[in-house]
Structure formats: C-alpha cells, structure tokens
Write a protein that binds this ligand. Structure first.
Ligand code: BGC
Length: 455
C-alpha cells in the first residue's frame, strides 16, 4: 500500500463554525483540553457512570446492525455508562456535518460522532471543537497496530490525532447481479479488473437484452454523494494524475471535461429516474433484477448480506475500469467533542472502537477492513478478505476519497455533490458547461492540497 502526503493537510475554505449567535455562546460548555486530562486513568475507570451520545449515519441494512452491536457491547466494558445511538440518515456524512454544527451551536455537542479523517474534520479543529486523541492512540498502541498509511491519513494538519478509525472500505467497486447477467445471456468476464471497453461492451449487451423499465446501471443519487462518487471513480479511472491534480487544486477545465464526457457516455445506460432513490433503494432494485449493476463503495456488501445475497452466487464485483491496482480509500472513525456534557465517556467510546474485541465484531458485521493489523483474517468474509489483501499488497496504490471527506474540504465537496447530481440528472449532460462550474467550485473554496499519489 502506498500513499504519501508531502505536507500536512492543506488548508482550504473553512466552514464558519464559529459564527455563533450570542445566546448560543452563553449555552456552551467549557472546553476540555486533553493535556489537562489523565486519559489512561479515564480509560481504566470501568466503574465510571455517565452518558455517551453516539452520532453516526449508519442506517442502511447491515451497517445499522454493525454500529448497534458496538453500542450494545459498550456496557460490557463500561457497565455504568449509558451509550445512546443517534442515527443521522443520509450516508457519506454530509447531513452529519450540518447536524453537529447545530448541536454545537446549541451547546449540546455530542460526546462522540462519526467522521472521515482528513479535510472533513479540519473545520472543527479550526474552531477548536475536538479533543486531541493522541493519548488514546498512545494508550491503545494504535500507531503500531494501524495498517500502513492509516496513521498518516488520521493525522491532522497540526500533527495531532483527533480520530480513532473503526473501519475501511474500498470505493472503486461495481456490484452486479449474477442472475441478471445469466438471464440475459451476457457473459461474465473471468476477471474482475475489466477495462473500459469491456465495461461499455457489457453495458451495450445488457441494454440490448433488458426489457423496458430495466437498465444496466443505477446511481441511487437522491442524496448527491453517490453521483459524486461515480465522478471520482471515473476521474481516477481516466488518469490518476488528473485526480492528484484535482485534489491539489491544480484544476483544469479540459481534464474535468474529459472525465465528464465519459460520465455522459455512461449515463446512456443508467435508469432515468436514478435520482429519485437513495443508494440502498437502488441496491434493493439490483437484487430484484431491475438494474444489473451499481457503482458503490464496499459498504454495499453488508446491505446485500442483509438481503440474503451471497458473493459469488448472487452477486459479483468488478474493479472500476481503469482503477486496477488502485484502492479508493474511505475510512470511518469517531471523534470526541471537547465541550460535551461527558467528555470522559466520549474518550472511552473512541478507545473502545479500537479494541481487538470490538474490531472483530464490528468488521464482521460491517464487512469493512479493520484499520488494525491484529484483527485476524478469519474475521472477514471472502470478499472483505480479498479487499484487505488488495489494500495491503505490495504495489497497491491508495487514493483518498473526496466524496467521503478525506481529500477535499466540505465547502468544496458538498457543492461538488450538488453540481454532479445536477449534471447526472440534466438531459444533455453538457460536459464542458459542468466542468467550468466544477472548476469554479474548487477555485472558490481555495483548494490547495499537497497529495502525491502517482509517483
Ligand atoms: C461511510 C460508509 C457508509 C456509507 C453509507 C460512507 O461515507 O464511510 O461506512 O456505509 O457512507 O452510509
């Protein structure tokens, strides 16, 4: 696995978390500083009471069970602390950022909330709203336990860690329904790393064979992010250098036009009402056979499992065309507010998600790759183990997702999601027109990164 950053996270447009009304300021609690806290003593105090409000966005089948198992299991370690699950639906974290902002302004910061490392958490740091978890990393020996590259991605621009990772998913995946291919006599390639030509040939064959109302592909982009994730996959699959330049803010209208032209070609095969469904509803329709394929991160696996689908029998995966040898990286983790009602319980939660016991239970249900090397391989189902082996293989290159918070600031990422969803739902898919709009978003957000993915 290879991923280097030349410098600490680059600084980009900052969400104005600090613009608080006066009343809200009065309601805010005092901020705790980790340097003044004896974190090991807090973690070892298993008799402490309290409440930890856990905010997360895992509401789809499979992922919901995974987080609820961690919430339920918390009492096995900290029996006197009440862990409360608060689900903010939407996926990918966009709704979470807004929700947390409102809670913080009302003086009701959650003890802990789900986040992706990287740019997504920088605005909270700029407003001094997160507790440093350096002592948790030290206590739980996370630097030694983390898979290569993970610590770097979890280190903030000031050199500290504010997040404890819980799971990893690959983003450059196409899921397909084996029975649909069989039903319409479309041969399934004997390799997962299909080329662009193979992909479009499969789309052509399916489109020719499927009746009205059934389609080769669906996006499920009622929330904009699934459309944006397809955009980032196409971008990497077009040319990794374009991706690197894009997240570094070296945008080029021509490059983005090239990416969107491929996207426009792909839209010929997508169900026209794609934006009327959420990603998990689209997955349900893939299972039902209405759509043959869905481009989605590997978190679609537990959803399929929850619908009784078996990898290799009912569904298969392709590596997104052009991205063979690359692993699109989406890391989930938990951060801790420094001004909640029970900061200590927040710290205990963050620590707890990293323990080998929780990692084994959570990774099995979420079908995610554990960020820690001591999680045994027999934890994983066949597909997750395959992805884990890809991630850790010598020579695999990693690219950080910008749809899932790591590589672009939210100010850019949320506007991008809106524009790309608009592009996907427009009738003419005008690549040059939308490329200009997209480049302007990056310009306005002042995106300036220092990622080195390609060399
Ligand atoms: C998260 C995944 C999650 C998906 C859909 C992504 O942002 O990283 O863990 O399953 O959103 O909710």
């Amino acid at each position: 696995m290879k991923l280097r950053r030349l410098a600490a996270l680059a600084l980009c447009g900052v969400m104005a978390l600090s613009a608080l009304p006066a009343g809200a300021l009065a309601a805010r609690r005092e901020k705790m500083n980790a340097d003044d806290m004896d974190i090991p003593a807090i973690l070892e105090d298993t008799q402490a009471g309290g409440t930890v409000n856990v905010y997360h966005w895992w509401t789809a089948g499979g992922e919901k069970d995974a987080i609820e198992s961690v919430v339920d299991g918390f009492k096995d370690v900290y029996g006197k602390i009440k862990a409360k699950s608060n689900a903010i639906p939407g996926g990918a974290g966009g709704a979470m950022v807004m929700k947390v902002k409102v809670l913080q302004q009302a003086g009701k910061s959650p003890e802990t909330f789900q986040a992706h490392p990287g740019q997504e958490i920088e605005p909270y740091l700029n407003s001094d709203l997160l507790l440093s978890l350096d002592q948790v990393w030290e206590y739980a020996d996370l630097s030694a336990r983390a898979l290569p590259g993970i610590e770097t991605l979890c280190t903030a621009s000031d050199g500290s860690k504010y997040i404890v990772p819980i799971g990893i998913h690959k983003t450059n995946v196409i899921f397909y329904n084996i029975h649909v291919f069989e039903k319409y006599g479309v041969a399934i390639p004997d390799h997962e790393n299909i080329t662009w030509d193979e992909f479009f040939s499969i789309c052509d064959q399916l489109a020719a064979a499927m009746p009205d109302g059934e389609y080769p592909l669906d996006l499920g982009d009622r929330k904009g992010w699934p459309a944006c994730q397809v955009f980032e996959d196409i971008m990497l699959g077009t040319d990794p250098q374009i991706y690197e330049d894009f997240i570094n803010g070296n945008y080029s209208v021509e490059d983005v036009t090239a990416v969107l032209s491929t996207y426009a070609r792909m839209m010929d095969y997508v169900a026209p009402d794609h934006s009327s469904r959420d990603w998990y509803e689209a997955s349900g329709q893939v299972v039902a056979g209405t759509y043959a394929m869905q481009i989605m991160g590997a978190w679609m696996q537990p959803l399929l499992t929850s619908m009784g689908q078996v990898y290799g029998e009912d569904y298969g995966v392709f590596t997104f065309p052009g991205t063979d040898g690359w692993f699109g990286m989406c890391i989930d983790g938990f951060v801790v507010s420094n001004d909640s009602a029970d900061v200590g319980s927040g710290v205990r939660w963050a620590y707890n998600v990293s323990t080998p016991e929780v990692q084994a239970a959570f990774s099995a249900l979420k079908e995610s790759i554990s960020p820690y090397s001591d999680t045994p391989d027999d934890t994983y189902c066949a597909l997750t183990l395959k992805f884990k082996n890809e991630l850790t293989a010598e020579g695999t290159k990693v690219y950080p997702s910008f749809t899932h918070g790591t590589a672009l600031p939210w100010s850019a990422s949320t506007s991008l999601q809106t524009q790309i969803q608009e592009f996907a739902t427009s009738t003419d898919h005008d690549a040059a027109y939308f490329a200009n709009k997209i480049v302007n978003i990056l310009k306005e957000a002042g995106v300036k990164g220092a990622w080195n993915l390609v060399d």
